[in-house]
Ligand binder design. Structure first.
Ligand code: XIL
Length: 397
């Protein structure tokens, strides 16, 4: 054999060896960021964002590098948008949304109907049910219309179901208790209360109705009128697992689908905690819950994930708790990724420097997010990125 073919054979053996055993990075670099990893799995990876922090270079750089979607944390809530009954102030929300557009990110909207963070004028205005109905319709149509084509998914209603002994029943709120809302839509069931200008609150809450969530259906219809392309979600806390609250939401979504109410998704907030008295999240139950909702033909978004830990006066958590947190982030992400209809994972903030958990827990808990206070990725970040990167790529809607 001449020298040339022997060299060719050697090169051949060497290159096939290289192809067979080279790390995939030769042909395709392993994802370095959540955003790259999410592209692999076709997921939306998102974070709640505060406009005041966007001028901080590390905040802005981390957000743009790591996430393909964002959601204003507070800037689209009534107390920010509605300084008075006549005006809409989109200033703060626009700052966040402009950032998203400049960095090629999608935008979720949160939230149109909620019992918290409403302006004082709403509660003290002594409005008649008909006036309140008009105020809500105008709000939903104006806000959704303002961001038509920009906000791709809205949490239309948030936390409408109650807790404690009333778990699974609709919460008494300024919106729920007004018979004017959806009186027309529901036809008969609520019209008996229409004539009373101010029915007793408790009486309304307990009053039986074949369509107890007619007011929510009406809100979805108003939002759909204002932007027929936007995906419309019902968002809820403590309904991650199969439990009484998620059973009630399931029944509502099933009814909405049967009746043609324009609902496209369910948001599972996923505010989780590691502490001695609390049971760890039941991952098989979360998975079964995602499965039953997506089987109804709606998407699931994980909308507000954080895993809070006990912290010392310096905001530091123990290594053991951080490890537990890492497992929870990994397993929740995997549970979502396993279902084609689970299409977004959103964390509530992204850096421990700015998280609602601190003030919410009087600073006894914290360290809940994938980045530490110095924007360094934590083990939870690696778990999230690896889950996204190694998920079997499946077509998502
Ligand atoms: C929280 C925000 O993070 C805080 O900045 C604000 O002070 C209070 O509200 N469930 C929700 C979110 O749906 O809107 C809440 O956000 C956290 C709980």
């Amino acid at each position: 054999m001449s020298q040339a073919p022997r060299i060719r054979i050697a090169i051949c053996i060497l290159t096939s060896f290289c192809f067979a055993f080279a790390p995939t990075s030769l042909s395709q670099d392993p994802p370095e960021t959540l955003r790259q990893a999410a592209q692999h799995s076709g997921m939306l990876i998102s974070a709640a964002v505060r406009p005041a922090q966007l001028s901080e270079p590390a905040y802005a750089a981390t957000l743009a590098r790591e996430f393909n979607t964002l959601e204003p944390e507070d800037a689209l809530k009534w107390e920010v948008l509605r300084p008075d009954p006549q005006s809409f102030d989109f200033h703060q929300a626009d700052q966040v949304i402009d950032f998203a557009l400049r960095h090629n990110m999608k935008v979720r909207g949160h939230t149109l109907v909620w019992h918290r963070q409403n302006p004082a004028w709403l509660a003290t205005g002594n409005f008649t049910p008909e006036q309140l109905s008009k105020i809500l319709e105008t709000h939903i149509k104006t806000v959704v219309g303002h961001y038509r084509g920009t906000i791709f998914a809205w949490d239309v209603a948030n936390e409408a179901f109650d807790e404690g002994v009333r778990t699974g029943q609709l919460r008494s709120t300024i919106w729920h208790d007004q018979p004017g809302i959806a009186a027309d839509a529901s036809g008969s069931s609520q019209s008996d209360t229409r004539t009373a200008s101010k029915p007793d609150r408790a009486q309304l809450v307990t009053r039986g109705s074949p369509q107890p969530y007619a007011y929510l259906a009406q809100c979805f219809r108003w939002a759909h009128d204002a932007d027929p392309q936007a995906l419309l979600f019902y968002n809820e806390a403590e309904a991650e697992e199969v439990n009484r609250k998620s059973d009630a939401i399931y029944a509502m979504v099933r009814d909405f689908k049967r009746e043609g109410v324009p609902i496209d998704g369910v948001g599972l907030q996923m505010h989780l905690a590691v502490h001695s008295e609390a049971a760890l999240p039941d991952i098989p139950s979360i998975s079964a819950n995602i499965a039953r909702f997506t089987a109804l033909g709606v998407q699931v978004h994980i909308t507000e994930m954080d895993v809070s830990l006990p912290v010392d006066a310096n905001g530091r958590a123990s290594d053991a708790d951080l490890q537990q947190q890492t497992t929870i982030y990994r397993e929740v992400a995997q549970a979502c990724l396993a279902h084609p209809g689970c299409t977004a994972i959103q964390t509530w903030g992204f850096t421990d420097k700015y998280s609602w958990i601190g003030s919410h827990s009087k600073h006894t808990r914290g360290a809940a997010l994938p980045f530490d206070r110095n924007y360094q990725p934590k083990p939870a970040y690696d778990a999230l990125r690896d889950a996204l990167a190694t998920a079997h790529p499946i077509a998502r809607p």
